[in-house]
Ligand binder design. Sequence first.
Ligand SMILES: NC(=O)c1ccc[n+]([C@@H]2O[C@H](COP(=O)([O-])OP(=O)(O)OC[C@H]3O[C@@H](n4cnc5c(N)ncnc54)[C@H](O)[C@@H]3O)[C@@H](O)[C@H]2O)c1
Length: 264
Amino acid sequence: MGRLDGKVAVVTGAASGIGAASARRVAAEGAHTVVADLDLDGAQAVTKEIRAAGGSATAVEVDLGDVDSVRAMVAAAADTYGGLDVLHNNAAATRLAAHRDLAVAEADPAVWDDTMRINLRGTMVAIQAAVPHMIARGGGSVINTSSGSGLSGDLRNPAYGASKAALINLTQYVATQYGKQGVRCNAIAPGFIVTPASAGSAHGAIREAMLRHHLTPRLGRPEDVAAAVVFLACDESAFITGHTLRVDGGLLSHQPYVADLRDA
Ligand SMILES: NC(=O)c1ccc[n+]([C@@H]2O[C@H](COP(=O)([O-])OP(=O)(O)OC[C@H]3O[C@@H](n4cnc5c(N)ncnc54)[C@H](O)[C@@H]3O)[C@@H](O)[C@H]2O)c1
């Protein structure tokens, strides 16, 4: 028996990386899974894989930057499967972050607007659309993908980091406002997870630097985050809400000089 048998789950950004791993895992745990992404071909490929493995899934095209599109995604999930229990807000404008989100002195306000519209407003609209369906079923679980970038400074992508910090606070607001109606809301803050979005940094000197500062012997995998998603989605976490769970191999758990002392 799966930990999410009979539940209905929506995973955004599910065509790639962490979202694809989350969709595969929640489906493997028995949830009817809506695989939502801007990249419909990619979402359909993940859906096909899930079905081939015996799971239940539907692909839906969504643009997190477009309010109507986000509302249509939630409506499609509820129409197809009769309700909604789990929403994993995973999609983010990762390409924008990688290529156009410059240091503050050079920042383009239009990039900040796009980043906030997709990462933050898109997540809020998805929650707004999903919560009434969850309340109608006696409750549900919302999981927002934040980031270590939302918990600390970095040399790059400040708009991305600020949007991810805001998601941590939005998580607490949603937990506060709908907790008594059975809706839990938690965030996951992944550290360095090897996915298509981070692949450019997953080798050579950057990889070695990342590894030195992890407490684990390896870097993160999408499946590490997917395991946390299932835990936060299912009843085993029934008394956990408003929390941010770091899934980062201890990257932010220690004094900044630990790696230097270890090598001294
Ligand atoms: N990989 C990491 O190291 C890492 C670390 C911390 C946080 N995260 C977060 O995890 C999540 C997934 O990251 P990933 O590494 O798997 O990224 P990824 O780039 O592999 O996947 C992101 C997915 O989101 C989709 N997407 C982009 N814009 C969209 C939009 N407007 N509407 C709908 N879908 C859209 C893309 O098509 C893609 O399938 C993101 O929220 C990211 O910020 C990743």
